[in-house]
Design a protein around this ligand. Structure first.
Ligand code: ADP
Ligand code: ADP
Length: 228
């Protein structure tokens, strides 16, 4: 069984630049893995094909049984509900409280207010922000803001969590903490795919690593094969 499958996927932008070339891999339920490579290697593009911000030029992306090329129109939004997305710049709403930001995915889903409140409190506790629910994002440190972004991404209990350079703005200590959160927080069964150019940080996590180089998948390293 797979949660995600890339089958010979290529992506050429309108500029003519081929950002991904014949990329194939599978992700199992509950698996955590990284995608690494230099800036411009195609990491962001790979994630965008998963949350349908971009479409492949060739090949197929499958999410469970769903072939994503068949997902269009309003079904794009429904597809995204099953994926939690964490961005480097976290994209929080500056004029809404931490709690309101985290509640957003559940509000969009039409859950009842009391249920939302309970889940928001529990999720903020999990990421260590139980005391900051009423703060505005601008009042938080960079690391705390990223925790809010993670809380918002996991509150809907997605089958897959994807993160694009989630530690790009953080110092090494905070980066390690945030990576540990990705490992510990999602519900059992949630797969986690994190893009990061920071190979040293990625290796310390002792997880599977996909390596992109100029759009090609040049390595798929098992945890036991990661050298010190
Ligand atoms: P990474 O996330 O590894 O830095 P990206 O996926 O962002 O890599 O980019 C891969 C390549 O595709 C880069 O050469 C980048 O300049 C190019 N690229 C990214 N987005 C676009 C776009 N919208 N139009 C044209 N080229 C793009
Ligand atoms: P940039 O233009 O900054 O390189 P994008 O515009 O590709 O990055 O990133 C925004 C895209 O991410 C939008 O197309 C939007 O549809 C998508 N997006 C924003 N929030 C989410 C989300 N929570 N889940 C999935 N996709 C999202």
């Amino acid at each position: 069984m797979t949660v995600l499958r890339f089958d010979n996927v290529s992506k050429r932008y309108d500029s003519g630049h081929e950002a991904l070339s014949e990329v194939s891999f599978e992700v199992a339920p509950g698996e955590m893995l990284f995608v690494t490579g230099h800036s411009g290697a195609g990491k962001s593009t790979l994630l965008k094909l998963i949350h349908l911000s971009e479409r492949p030029s060739r090949g197929a992306v499958l999410f469970g049984e769903r072939s994503l090329h068949k997902v269009g129109g309003r079904r794009v939004a429904l597809h995204r509900r099953e994926i939690g997305v964490v961005f480097q710049d976290h994209r929080l709403l500056a004029d809404r409280s931490v709690a309101d930001n985290v509640a957003l995915p559940l509000l969009l889903r039409g859950l009842r207010r009391p249920d939302i409140g309970r889940r928001v409190r529990a999720t903020l506790e999990k990421v260590g922000l139980g005391a900051r629910a009423e703060a505005l994002p601008g009042q938080l440190s960079a690391g705390e803001q990223q925790r809010v972004g993670i809380a918002r991404a996991i509150i809907g209990e997605p089958r897959l969590l994807v993160a694009d350079e989630p530690t790009g703005n953080l110092d090494p200590t905070l980066s390690a903490e945030i990576m540990a959160l990705f490992q510990s927080l999602p519900e059992r069964g949630t797969s986690v795919l994190v893009a990061s150019h920071d190979l040293a940080l990625v290796k310390r996590m002792r997880k599977r690593v996909l390596v992109l180089n100029q759009g090609r998948l040049v390595d798929d390293i098992a945890p036991e094969d990661l050298a010190e």
